[in-house]
Ligand binder design. Structure first.
Ligand code: FES
Length: 106
């Protein structure tokens, strides 16, 4: 029976603030780690519209506004909520393990 891959550790939970998401690169992929309320969320960092980095975006409720053309996404689902963004973000369920934000990449 194949063993499940170990979780990928992204960062210390304490390194993420609601107003200051974290950008983390692992094996060629850039992730944005968000804190909304008490919960962490992980999306791809790259905006689906262009070169914007969503970890540098502005948080408004459960949405992030891309700093490049001000498109928006719903962080928990990755759904685009304002133009020019039309393509969904990839999202990964985040887990806290020993105070660190982890994801299962597959
Ligand atoms: S690059 Fe993000 S809205 Fe254009």
């Amino acid at each position: 029976m194949p063993q499940a891959a170990p979780p990928t550790v992204l960062c210390d939970a304490a390194a993420v603030a609601t107003e200051a998401p974290a950008r983390v690169e692992r094996e060629g992929t850039a992730y944005a780690v968000f804190l909304l309320g008490e919960r962490h969320y992980v999306t791809q960092d790259a905006c689906t519209h262009g070169p914007g980095s969503l970890s540098e975006g502005t948080i408004d409720g459960e949405e992030v506004e891309c700093p490049f053309h001000q498109g928006r996404f719903h962080i928990p689902t990755g759904r685009p909520t304002a133009p020019p963004c039309t393509e969904k973000l990839r999202v990964w369920p985040a887990r806290l393990i020993d105070g660190r934000v982890c994801i299962d990449r597959e």
